[in-house]
Design a binder for this molecule. Structure first.
Ligand SMILES: Cc1ncc(COP(=O)(O)O)c(C=O)c1O
Length: 393
């Protein structure tokens, strides 16, 4: 009855069933999968949402790429990362997920492939399938740091149209190095792939001053890809940069050779004009939100840095558990002894310790046993739960 683009209903797995049962019985548990900053006790500045009531929002201007003032605010905000962006390159969307869907429509015919990192954000499977395209994984390998296994990219199918990089990646926290970016851009040029750089977590680097790897974010993928003659799109949005996912505003920044970039923008305009999905109040408020939201970003950054330090400190007492190296983002990966399956570990943690974590397979880790914990939860909840988790594993 329904199209093949609709993902099959995943059967409720044992973990989801166990969580549901705990919730139904009102049993409290420490949720180390919480990735929603608005539920993590982050202090937001008073009056942060007041600009949403600006009376200028009473006037509706159906502009496919969004209001000029909002696009200019996104472009100006890129200066924080040392990138020079013209507001004409900025396309507003309702979310990063929507930006992906527009880009897959733009770049791929039905059935063609998009290259996505593995392990990474599990939504890629759905986002591609819903557009009638295939997600083909390329590998990230861990050798004390996560690195792209370029051989898996070089072996990509011939109908690949774009490669997605996530920097910092979710959940590994790995940033693209300058050398990786150079190799990637060279491959994109040879194979005529567009480069899609997901930088939603680019504001959240753990040791930005001392990072040995030039984070793609700090150098600006758009600049580098453009200089190399590669069509590129950099994605981010309010959901992470100010911790406001409920406002539904994301953006993409188009880069590349002028003629190609302009042609892409003209085609994107047709797509955007068919949806006009971004609400006016949030566009009007954007310049102010980006300015006054900085303390929320700082609070999230302080929380994730603190929780990562706590995790690393505690893990020193448990040599069998290894907190994998991370450059940034909102989560951490713990390698635990693989004496039980990941499924068994997460189920036992929930039933014996009342701690919920994600198993590595949720993010398509190639082998077991990895646990993924969010670094957003309240400090006390996090440190108590992580201490018990490590003891348990
Ligand atoms: C890597 C990555 N990209 C995109 C998104 C979605 O962001 P948005 O809320 O802007 O759709 C997420 C959400 O967690 C994510 O982890």
């Amino acid at each position: 009855m329904f199209s093949r683009r609709i993902p099959r209903h995943a059967q409720t797995n044992a973990l989801a069933g166990a969580v549901e049962a705990l919730r139904a019985s009102g049993t409290p548990f420490a949720d180390l999968t919480e990735s929603n900053p608005t539920r993590a006790g982050i202090p937001y500045p008073a009056g942060l949402l007041a600009p949403l009531a600006d009376p200028r929002a009473l006037r509706y201007e159906p502009l496919p790429f969004g209001l000029g003032s909002a696009r200019a605010a996104v472009a100006a905000d890129q200066h924080r990362r040392g990138a020079n962006v013209d507001p004409e390159q900025v396309v507003l969307t309702a979310s990063t997920s929507e930006a992906y869907s527009w880009l897959f429509k733009l770049l791929c015919d039905p059935g063609e492939a998009v290259l996505v990192p593995r392990p990474s954000y599990p939504l890629f499977e759905h986002l591609t399938q819903l557009e009638g395209v295939r997600a083909e994984p390329y590998a990230l390998e861990y050798h004390g740091r996560w690195e792209i296994d370029v051989s898996t990219l070089a072996a990509a199918p011939s109908d690949a149209r774009a490669v997605v990089v996530v920097s910092p990646n979710n959940p590994t926290g790995s940033c693209l190095t300058a050398a990786e970016l150079d190799r990637l851009v060279a491959l994109c040029r040879d194979r005529e792939w567009a480069l899609i750089a997901d930088e939603v977590f680019a504001d959240y680097l753990f040791e930005s001053g001392t990072l040995p790897r030039a984070s793609a974010a700090s150098r600006g993928v758009t600049d580098i890809a453009s200089r190399a003659g590669v069509l590129s799109f950099t994605l981010a949005g309010l959901s992470k940069t100010v911790g406001l996912p409920q406002l539904k505003l994301g953006w993409m920044i188009a880069g590349g050779p002028r003629a190609e970039r302009d042609a892409a923008l003209r085609a994107l305009e047709l797509i955007a004009d068919s949806f006009l999905s971004v609400g006016t109040p949030v566009q009007v408020a954007l310049p102010e939100l980006l300015r006054t939201g900085a303390p929320a970003r700082a609070a999230i950054q302080a929380r994730t840095c603190h929780n990562l330090d706590v995790l690393r400190d505690l893990a020193r007492g448990y040599p069998a558990c290894d907190v994998l190296h991370t450059d940034g983002g909102w989560s951490a990966v713990i390698r635990v002894p693989s004496t039980r399956t990941e499924d068994q570990v997460v189920l036992d943690l929930l039933s014996h310790e009342r701690i919920l974590v994600h198993p590595g397979y949720f993010f398509d880790f190639p082998r077991e046993a990895f646990l993924v914990v969010s670094l957003l939860p309240d400090r006390d909840v996090f440190s108590d739960a992580v201490a018990r988790l490590l003891r348990f594993c």
